[in-house]
Design a protein around this ligand. Structure first.
Ligand SMILES: C[S@@+](CC[C@H](N)C(=O)[O-])C[C@H]1O[C@@H](n2cnc3c(N)ncnc32)[C@H](O)[C@@H]1O
Length: 223
């Protein structure tokens, strides 16, 4: 097992792994476990997790550097949340999910890990949870909604710290079926930038997640 450029993420050949910070032997979504000495690793499947996909496609090396708190929008059952919990074990992960059905397994996951704080809420209304999260270092969004750029911009306004960073998994066809993908990505970028943020890079997630582009975002410097 080799360390990668992202602290907390490991590699064996092309496969990514994280160190299991949950109970020993605990599988979150049927992932493969592997023991190396006293350490247990969980295989991180880029076809199941867009965060693993973006690392495989080449995310900035400092993505997790100095991250002490995360606001994660669209936690679903906790597949990616569980790996992020492994990667930044000292960070607080505030995970927003609006579906009660998805929230139940997320809550069960949080009971097995000390750094996950699930919030049953609509990410369109960040004022309702800002008192719980405070300002965060990393805003991660994967909600697959028509107004996903507006949701990202509003959460960044309310909860992203001045030195923070954002990672927005844009699902192109959730916006509209009828216009070219390039135009939809451009519009999402424009919407984010007109909210005072700066898109620093853009990575398509194919073949791992079709129809998705990851946007890396920073607060724009104050003039
Ligand atoms: C594609 S899934 C997320 C997968 C998850 N990020 C992972 O990698 O394991 C999208 C999730 O976003 C949730 N969602 C959609 N709109 C939302 C909103 N406005 N507020 C909170 N959650 C939302 C859905 O219920 C769904 O569970």
């Amino acid at each position: 097992m080799e360390a990668t450029a992202w602290a907390g993420v490991y590699r064996d050949g092309r496969d990514l792994y994280t160190v299991n910070r949950g109970p020993p032997g605990d599988r979150v979504y049927g992932e493969r476990l592997r023991r190396d000495g006293a350490t247990e690793y969980r295989m991180w499947d880029p076809f199941r997790s867009k965060l693993a996909a973006v690392l495989t496609r080449g995310a900035p090396n400092d993505l997790f550097a100095g991250v002490g708190s995360v606001l994660y929008l669209g936690g679903a059952h906790g597949t990616t949340v569980s790996h992020l919990s492994d990667v930044v074990p000292e960070a607080d992960l505030f995970v927003v999910e609006k579906s009660p059905t998805a929230f139940a397994p997320l809550l069960a996951l949080a009971r097995r890990r000390a750094n996950i704080f699930p919030i049953l809420a609509d990410a369109q209304l960040p004022e309702r949870y800002r008192a719980d999260t405070g300002l965060v270092d990393l805003l991660y969004q994967d909600v697959a909604q028509r107004n996903q750029a507006a949701i990202f911009a509003e959460n960044a306004r309310v909860a992203l710290g001045p030195g923070g960073r954002g990672l927005f998994m844009l699902k192109i066809r959730s916006v509209t079926q009828s216009r070219p993908a390039g135009a939809i990505v451009r519009e999402a970028r424009d919407e984010i930038e007109s909210a005072g943020l700066r898109v620093t890079s853009e990575i398509p997630l194919a073949p791992f997640a079709r129809d998705h582009v990851a946007l890396f975002v920073r607060p724009a410097p104050r003039r």
